[in-house]
Design a protein around this ligand. Sequence first.
Ligand code: 1HN
Length: 357
Amino acid sequence: MQGETVNLSPMTPSADRVKRQAYYDRIAKHNLAPLWESLSTLVSEKPNTPAEPARWSYDQTVRAPLMEAGELITAEEAERRVLILENPGLPGTASITHSLYAGVQLVLPGEVAPAHRHTQNALRFVLEGKGAHTAVNGERTAMYPGDLVITPAWTWHDHGNETDTPMVWLDGLDIPMVSFFDASFAEKFDTAVQAETRPQGDSPARYGRNLAPVDWQPESPASPIFNYPYSETRETLATFATNDVPDPCHGHKLRYVNPADGGHVTPTMAAFMQLLPVGFKSTPYRSTDASVVSVVEGTGTAIIGNQTYTFAPRDILVVPSWTSVTWHAASETILFSFSDRAAQTKLNLWREDRAGQ
Ligand code: 1HN
C-alpha cells in the first residue's frame, strides 16, 4: 500500500505535502495509515456504492449463451451450471450488488444438479420450464415460471429435471455477505440425489395455510415454506390491484413472508413482487437495499440513476443502493425483486427516500 495515501488536499502547501507523504510512506511499513486522509470516504455522508445500474436482456443477451453452456458442460460436472450476473461496477467479484450474488441456472431434461449444502442462503426465481424440481432436506417441489423457491442456509438441496423442457431460474445468494464474515462452509451429500423423506406438498400443507403444528418450534430463521407459487402470488396481486389505489412509488407491492415470525423469507435476503398498472409512472424512489429485479410480465422503461432501460419479460435489472428508480409500465407489469433488506433491518441500517412525499 506504500504511496497509495497520496490523497492530500490540494490546499495543503507543497512542502507540508512532501513531509506528510514521507511520513505516510514511513509508517506504512509498519501497517499504519493516517485516518484523516480517508475519514470522509470511510464514513460517507450518504451511501456511495461502486455498484452500477445494469440490465440483462434475457432474450438478447442471456438465453443463447446459457443454452450454449448446456452443450459445453453437464449440470453434474459443473455442480451448478450457472452464468454469473456480475455488476459492471464490481468486476471480478461475482457480485451483482455489494452484498448479493446472482446467476442464471440451466438444468436440462434428464439432468441432476447434485445435492450439497452451504452456509449461504439461496433463493430461486423461475424464468422458464415446466415442473423440474428442487429437493430441500428430503422434500421435493415442482417449479413453474414465477415461483419463488428458497434453499435456506445449511439445508441439503439438489435439483432435477424429469421433464422434457429446459429449466432456467435466477439464483440469488448472500455469498458476498458470508464471505465478508469469513463464514463459508460447504459439503457434498453422499449421493447426487437425496432420498425423498417427506412427500411432496408436506411443507405447504403444514405451514402454508395460516396453521402450524401446535408444538412446532422453528429450528431455522428462514421460512418453512420453500416454494411460494406464482399462481397464488399472481392472484393476490390481482385482488390487491382491484381493491386498492397504487402506491405512487411501488404500484401494488407485496413482500414474501415467513409465516413463523412475519419476517422475510431468509434471515439475509428479502423478496418482493409488485404489479404496475398499465400506463403507471412511478415517482422516484431510493433505499439503502440495492435490488435485483426480474421482470415477470409486461414491458416498459426503468430509469435507474441516470440510465434508462427498456424492459421485457425475464429481463434482469439492478438498482444499486441509494440510487433513484422510476418505473413506466407500457403494459400491466409484474416485477419480482430481492435485496438484502432482511439483514439491513436487523442491523438498523435500512432507510428509504420517497422523493416528493
Ligand atoms: C448453489 O448451491 C446453487 O444450489 C446455485 O442451485 C448457485 C452459487 C454459488 C454457490 C452455491 C444451487 C450457487 C450455489
